[in-house]
Design a protein around this ligand. Structure first.
Ligand SMILES: [Zn+2]
Ligand SMILES: [Zn+2]
Ligand SMILES: [Zn+2]
Length: 86
């Protein structure tokens, strides 16, 4: 997948504020993969998880860029561009 320059990526990446999806932990629910909102440090679950909190966080806040929190993955995704970004 090509990587596009993205004006939404902030200069400072905020570190994760939680060890798991914050909403799922509050619900007692589970997730598949974790995504970090690089704008505010929110941790949410991916679109393969039933609650899709990372995507919901984007729609609620407009925070466009998430990074994977999986240890073997190093990429960012921009919801506004709908593509992987560098
Ligand atoms: Zn973007
Ligand atoms: Zn979740
Ligand atoms: Zn955010």
């Amino acid at each position: 997948m090509p990587v596009y320059p993205c004006s939404h990526v902030p200069n400072v990446i905020v570190p994760p504020s939680s060890a798991g999806c914050e909403e799922c932990l509050a619900l007692g629910d589970s997730w598949v993969h974790l995504r970090l909102c690089v704008h505010c440090g929110h941790v949410g679950c991916c679109d393969s998880s039933k609650n899709r909190h990372a995507t919901r966080h984007f729609h609620a806040t407009g925070h466009a860029v998430v990074a994977s929190l999986e240890p073997d993955e190093d990429w960012m995704w921009c919801y506004a561009h709908g593509s992987q970004v560098g």
